[in-house]
Design a protein around this ligand. Structure first.
Ligand SMILES: [Zn+2]
Length: 313
């Protein structure tokens, strides 16, 4: 309701990817726009509303494309790394002016390089340059790549300048005010608005989350989060003192909605804390974080039977 199609918007969009034929939109009534998805063959779908800007996201899932691989080829694991923010969205900004978007991109690029030293890894970045990508498109990239793992990298911020440490998140409900505040900031909406949204779309979110539980993705995400969290804290503490372990937490991050694989979001340190901002501006600190994430991923992969990984595809 209260929607109008502007002239700039194409009313028919051919897709033809084997799942969707076309997407059409029409001014159904003066204040109602109807969007029609012409389907080829779908297995499942989910729909949810996101804020700032207001948008309806509809994910349609088809059957997995079975790629023919020569038998001798080792099954590669596909890892999608997401550097938070970018372009017009700087993310959090430190007291000395350090931008989260630049720090996390650098860590993501370093991580990619480290992971690629293992021929069993295939690595994709959602962005490799300073460009803006909407949150919901980031998991779409991971789903389209049939990724086995999704890791979103961020730097934390708090109005409390003393707040510091490392924490890793997975997607779930939370009553924890701090965790909600972190997710609201990463979702680029206010805490108040986020609480309203959680209330309003509770049933839709319940469906998304129960799917995750049913498909075992939640347990795998918890495991992945713990390995990465532990690895970062112990790696950093061997070179730098007093890195605070804030643990594994859960909250509703838009960027993790709709991911079809184990997926986590890591807040590598607080850019709002003057000491941690200084560390984050340091190349060797970023490299240590990248190495630690790679080591955590590796521990996860080696602890997970190959059959399970294939089953997740
Ligand atoms: Zn962020």
């Amino acid at each position: 309701m209260n929607t109008i199609i502007t002239k700039e918007i194409k009313t028919s969009l051919p897709v033809g990817d084997g799942i969707l034929k076309t997407v059409r939109a029409g001014q159904f009534k003066p204040d109602i726009v109807r969007v029609v998805l012409d389907l080829e063959k779908i297995v499942d779908f989910s729909a949810f509303v996101l804020d700032n800007p207001a948008r309806l996201v509809i994910d349609v899932y088809g059957t997995e494309k079975k790629m023919k691989k020569p038998e001798a080829t080792i099954t590669k694991r596909r890892i999608v790394i997401d550097a938070g923010h970018g372009g017009h969205d700087p993310g959090a900004i430190g007291p000395r002016g350090l931008y989260e978007k630049n720090v996390v991109l650098d860590i993501a690029l370093k991580l990619k390089e480290i992971l690629l030293t293992d021929p069993a890894n295939e690595v994709f970045l959602t962005r490799e340059t300073d460009i803006f990508i909407p949150l919901e498109e980031r998991t779409v990239i991971a789903n389209n790549k049939s990724a086995d793992l999704f890791v979103s990298i961020h730097a934390n911020a708090s109005p409390r300048r003393k707040a510091r440490g490392v924490e890793t998140y997975l997607l779930n409900w939370t009553n924890d005010e701090e965790a909600m505040r972190v997710a609201a900031r990463e979702n680029a909406i206010s805490l108040k608005r986020m609480k309203e949204q959680m209330e309003k779309y509770k049933s839709d979110l319940d469906i998304i989350l129960s799917d995750l539980r049913r498909e075992n993705k939640r347990d795998e995400s918890i495991k992945l989060a713990h390995y990465i969290q532990k690895s970062i804290v112990s790696t950093l503490n061997s070179d730098y003192k007093n890195i605070l372990d804030l643990g594994v937490k859960q909250a509703l991050f838009y960027v993790l909605f709709g991911a079809k694989m184990p997926s986590i979001l890591v807040e590598v340190s607080f850019i709002s804390n003057p000491e941690e901002e200084k560390l984050l501006s340091n190349d060797s600190y970023r490299l240590q974080i990248a190495k630690a994430i790679a080591a955590g991923l590796n521990t996860y992969v080696t602890s997970t039977p190959a059959t399970q990984k294939v089953a997740g595809l």
